[in-house]
Ligand binder design. Sequence first.
Ligand SMILES: [Zn+2]
Length: 321
Amino acid sequence: MSKLTTTKDVFKITLPTPFAVGDVNVYIVKGDSLTLIDAGAKTEEAWHSFNEQLAVLGYKPSDIEQILITHHHPDHVGLLDYFSKEIPIIGHPKNQPWISQDKQFFEDNEPFYKELFIQLGLDPAFVALIDMDEELEYSCRRSLTTMVQDGDFIDGMPGFKVLETPGHAQSHIVLYREEDGMLIAGDTLLAKISPNPLLEPPQFGEIARPRPLIQYNNSLKRLLTLDISKVVTGHGDDILNPHELIKERFVSQKERAYYVLQMIKENPMTAFEVCTKLFPKVYLKQPLFTVSETVGQLDFLEEIGEIKIEVVNGQHIYHAN
Ligand SMILES: [Zn+2]
């Protein structure tokens, strides 16, 4: 059943996912068009639940006129496959290779990951645990029909403006409505958890990999400049005190970074060594997430000048300055 009516024109639907994060929230926005924001993981269970909750709102899937995705992760796009081929799909251009499962894109990225894993000092047995394709079965094979970027407004959704918020995903956007301070945030801000700054390959002619935690902090700083009354999120509850929460997030991120700095001061080490110490209980279960989080903290410390990298046999050894 639908958990709650979020606001006068934005309705929340909560769907199960097969992932550790738990349920995902998608939203029906009643504007000039009936818009679905995000689409859940591709499982029968999620589709069934979606149909049930949509019916409570008085709709069926064919009533939905367009779908906007906040970012490309499977728990936000998988159910796109269940919709008609004609329905417009709106998102940032960086979603495209992921949501279409572009084989060439994945092949092109292989050398990048291979080199990255050497740099990070990943043990080959650990690399074997990282299955990049694992989650793709819950994703979709669709294409964007409308690409949007920072500052764009969405047809059919009066007042909502696109803001690019890279960090958790390079493709991430949020929708902000200045008139009432409503923010549709995807995974950019979550009530209970800090989203993972997932490592992604360089895209669109970029050479260096993105530094997702630094981007993420900048995205949050940008949200601090907005007058926000309510945030509806990709997982968990709405947020009514976003500025306070963002400031708390900065404090805990810094604490974690300084904890990492302390380790490095005692002993210069690779990102992988930091990862095993930072997440001794989960690094084997969630290899990509824990490595991404670790690299995020190291990028942060490097950015603020606390550490530097020494390259030894292709591996990056982090030293305190
Ligand atoms: Zn996500």
